[in-house]
Design a protein. Structure first.
Length: 280
């Protein structure tokens, strides 16, 4: 992978990690079109661009992250202001608990079934089918009008976590699955979008730690065999910059209820992918 390919792949990663169109599906399609080796096999690149998107989340949602950590260790009867318009001392702890609960399904799959899922569900036909599923979920969430809730409950957090778990399939958007599921449950749009982006930070960091362990086991030179250091840095910067833009943009889009356009996009791309694979 040269620096130009890394730049394009990094842009794809940064944009599609937050937009509900599936980063794994787009990276697979982009890699096929660019003639790039499967980026999941270039482990150092995969780790770098995923960490870059975590950094972009930290930058855009720093106010919420700071609020959670400051409130976790507060005691007494003082009332803590919240960026969500809630004034309750325990809200920060409840929010952190919901994030932990949402991690349970993906943690189980990541620890025990990751290799099986990656081997059993691969190829562009799977990507095309999952893009159509993403389109259907986004369409249902757009036309559904459940009673709006003020807060994300622990029950909803777990269900959203299950949606994130299922989205390990290539072509099934993580943000689309979590946000679409939350909208179907009637959760507040803006808070849901922020929760969706915050809940993915621990799993991505956990996977990155495991990948770094594998890199150290195989040797740095072997891990870097598919990419040069300038290309790696290019991909990292591209993923971080576009991730910041996409994260901020996506929060505003969800708040304004514009998800249907992504449903149309995923439906067209999924159909085109299936036609390409089955007919040519």
């Amino acid at each position: 992978m040269d620096w130009l390919q890394a730049l394009i792949m990094g842009i794809f990663q940064g944009l599609t990690e937050y937009l509900p169109v599936s980063s794994s599906g787009h990276l697979a399609l982009a890699g096929e079109l660019l003639g790039v080796e499967d980026p999941e096999k270039v482990m150092t690149f995969t780790v770098a661009v995923h960490i870059a998107t975590v950094f972009s989340t930290l930058v855009i949602l720093w106010k919420e992250i700071s609020w959670i950590f400051k409130g976790l260790f507060k005691t007494g009867s003082a009332i803590t202001p919240s960026p969500y318009g809630i004034r309750s001392l325990n809200e920060e702890q409840n929010y952190a608990l919901n994030i932990l609960v949402s991690m349970i399904p993906i943690g189980i799959v990541g620890l025990f079934f990751k290799d099986f899922v990656e081997q059993a569900f691969s190829g562009l036909i799977i990507v095309g089918c999952c893009l159509l599923v993403t389109a259907a979920l986004l369409a249902f969430s757009y036309f559904s009008k459940p009673r709006a809730k003020e807060h994300i409950s622990t029950r909803d957090a777990f269900i959203i976590g299950v949606a994130q778990c299922i989205a390990v399939l290539p072509g099934l958007s993580r943000s689309g699955s979590t946000i679409g599921t939350g909208l179907l449950l009637g959760d507040n749009k803006e808070r849901l979008a922020k929760f969706s982006f915050l809940m993915v930070i621990p799993p991505i960091l956990g996977e990155a730690v495991l990948n770094v362990r594998d890199i150290m086991a195989t040797g740095f030179e072997q891990a870097m065999s598919g990419i040069s250091m300038p290309a790696l840095l290019t991909g990292f910067v591209a993923a971080f910059a576009t991730g910041c833009l996409a994260c901020s943009w996506m929060i505003n889009l969800v708040k304004r209820g514009k998800m249907i356009w992504f449903a149309i996009y995923c439906a067209v791309l999924g159909t085109a992918t299936l036609v390409w694979q089955l007919c040519f």
